[in-house]
Design a protein around this ligand. Structure first.
Ligand SMILES: [Zn+2]
Length: 138
């Protein structure tokens, strides 16, 4: 896998699974391999309890946002849908805190990177909240 030359974006995603249902990194890895990716597409996964797990090596090019993978880090929280699979911000308090901490750390490593949601680059609801606005002052 090739490394990135630049990192000017940090892009937030959700697993698009019902709120309250945990999803493992292994499960996401299986979905992404089935979709034809060479492993999990995200660099980090934020679980319901706020635990952050690494996915793909942070230095490698991810597979999460068409057209932006070569210049971005992709992070994903578990959830993002209601019981009827409609988009919903299902982040737990622990996930909100963990996301904030992770984003601050990434901003330290990539000071010029701006934070976005997947929906800023695609006709999707992902990550079911306005990440660009929520994290604009980080
Ligand atoms: Zn997404």
């Amino acid at each position: 896998m090739a490394g990135r030359l630049t990192t000017d974006k940090i892009i937030v995603h959700c697993t698009a699974t019902p709120g309250g249902r945990e999803v493992s990194v292994q499960e996401i890895e299986r979905w992404h391999r089935k979709a034809g990716y060479n492993g999990i597409g995200y660099h980090y996964v934020v679980h319901l309890d706020g635990k952050v797990e690494a996915g793909r090596d942070e230095r490698q090019i991810g597979a999460h946002t068409v057209g932006q993978n070569h210049c971005s880090v992709g992070i994903c929280y578990v959830g993002g849908c209601d019981a009827n699979m409609k988009p919903k911000d299902t982040r737990t308090e622990a996930q909100k805190a963990a996301l904030l901490k992770l984003l601050k750390e990434l901003k330290q490593r990539y000071p010029t990177a701006k934070i976005y949601g997947h929906r800023d680059f695609a006709r999707k609801a992902c990550p079911s909240f306005d990440a660009k606005n929520e994290y604009k002052n980080l």
